[in-house]
Ligand binder design. Structure first.
Ligand code: URA
Length: 449
């Protein structure tokens, strides 16, 4: 069928044939379909959605556009993890080495930051020398030797997604559930782990602003992944405040290393790390229950095997391993200024998306794909929603390149943290879990901590 007919059929609400979807995507990747035709197609999908067989065809078309990693000869179970993106989300830096130290293999392909959310690869590249662009052969070797790698997506993995995502970003078609599902699950299928846990964020710092939308997304992701035999579960997590304390690349690596050393742990970060980690171990059958998984994860922290696994991964990826014991190896911003509370009260809330954008303005992220980032800058929040605070207490730190930039950021930041004069309840970091069997409202966070 001609591309224009495919677009017209979809526009008129007809269900497309699998063959037509696959040809459309394959021809686009080969340059036989123009960007404007793909843009029109994406917009029809945005408005009309996709039925199940269309969504499966799109996911398969994505996978077929590139290469796959092959873990066939691994005797250890492989498990992957994916977050839909947040502010201060350094969970992968912590949980992947912990899960590897507990006995699973973790092949992790991660993204760079774009917009208000940070990216795991940018964070790791703040470690001097760290290399994220690895060949598939090298990824497999590190997985065998260390149990975990965290690499940037190469051009050979799902090129259709890379090309189409760039157009979605410019045509306001990112937040479409079928387009997100095909994009995420195809990459996970290409990486080839046997099980997967998804961290689906909702709230004012997430792409999905409401729990309702993130629940719909989670259900579709879990359904499609399990259809392909990828043993998958999801948790819905709160992104109405930065996760943990730090926002910014080197600052987040520092927080992750401190966590693994047992020095300093934010409660929300700890709940999410332990829950995701326990699910990863359970799905990959390394543990028999979440409780057992939690015990194994704690053991990796107490025995030092988690931080040792991170050290080995950094060494294998050519980073400066002194960072594990000497955080001054990380780039440090020349100016640090503090925001002090102007009144007594309780922390009511954060403009989390605004905070993400402020860290981008300081230089920690990108507006355009090719922007250069400054690994040293960012923000630190020692307080959380529900905390009782006194006048003069530190609410935030700004790490900036210049005094002037720090002063501008402080001014903006003072509008982004709301203080209440009456008691405020803290937020639960995890709302619920979605599994192939349906929604599980059991108290994972209580069970885990
Ligand atoms: N993350 C992805 O990998 N793809 C999307 O479409 C959205 C978020």
């Amino acid at each position: 069928m001609l591309p224009v007919e495919i677009i017209k059929n979809k526009r008129e609400g007809h269900s497309l044939k699998s063959r037509d979807i696959k040809d459309f995507v394959a021809d686009f990747v080969k340059g036989r379909i123009e960007n404007y035709q793909m843009s029109a197609f994406l917009m029809t999908v945005y408005f009309n959605g996709m039925d199940r067989h269309e969504l499966l065809a799109l996911t398969e078309a994505y996978v077929e556009s590139g290469q796959k990693l092959d873990f066939g000869k691994f005797d250890k179970p492989t498990v992957d993890k994916h977050s839909t993106g947040g502010v201060g989300d350094k969970v992968s830096l912590i949980v992947c080495p912990m899960v590897a130290a507990a006995g699973a293999s973790v092949p992790k392909i991660s993204g760079r930051g774009l917009g208000h959310t940070g990216g795991t690869i940018d964070k790791l590249e703040s470690i001097p020398g760290f290399k994220a662009n690895l060949s598939l052969k090298r990824c497999l070797k590190i997985l065998e030797d260390v149990g975990v790698f965290i690499a940037a997506q190469s051009r050979s993995i799902v090129p259709a997604d890379q090309k189409i995502y760039a157009i979605r970003n410019l045509t306001a078609t990112v937040d479409s559930i079928p387009l997100i599902v095909a994009s995420i699950i195809s990459k996970k299928l290409a990486v080839g782990a046997k099980s997967l846990v998804l961290d689906i964020k909702f709230g004012n710092g997430a792409f999905m602003k409401t729990a309702r939308m993130s629940r719909r997304l989670a259900r579709s992701l879990v359904e499609v992944a399990n259809h392909y035999g990828l043993n998958t579960a999801a948790i819905l997590t709160d992104m109405n405040q930065p996760l943990g304390y730090a926002v910014g690349n080197a600052l987040e690596v520092k927080e992750a290393i401190e966590y693994l050393r047992g020095d300093k742990r934010a409660k929300d970060l700890n709940t999410i790390v332990m829950t995701l980690g326990a699910i990863m171990l359970r799905l990959s059958s390394v543990s028999n229950s979440l409780i057992e998984g939690k015990r194994m994860l704690k053991e990796t922290l107490n025995s030092g095997t988690a931080i040792e696994t991170l050290r080995k991964m950094i060494a294998a990826q050519e980073g400066d391993v002194r960072v594990i014991y000497d955080l001054s190896v990380l780039p440090q911003a020349p100016v640090v200024k503090k925001l002090l509370a102007s009144t007594n009260g309780w922390i009511y809330g954060f403009d989390t998306c605004g905070i993400g954008m402020l860290s981008v303005e300081l230089g920690a992220g990108r507006i355009k794909k090719d922007d250069k980032i400054d690994p040293s800058v960012g923000l630190v929040f020692p307080v959380k929603r529900g905390d009782k605070i006194s006048k003069g207490q530190v609410l935030a730190e700004v790490h900036a390149k210049t005094e002037h930039e720090a002063d501008i950021a402080l001014k903006k930041l003072s509008q982004m943290i709301t203080i209440s004069t009456s008691i405020v309840r803290e937020r639960k970091p995890i709302l619920t879990a979605i599994t192939a069997q349906g929604e599980r409202r059991f108290m994972w966070n209580m069970e885990i901590l």
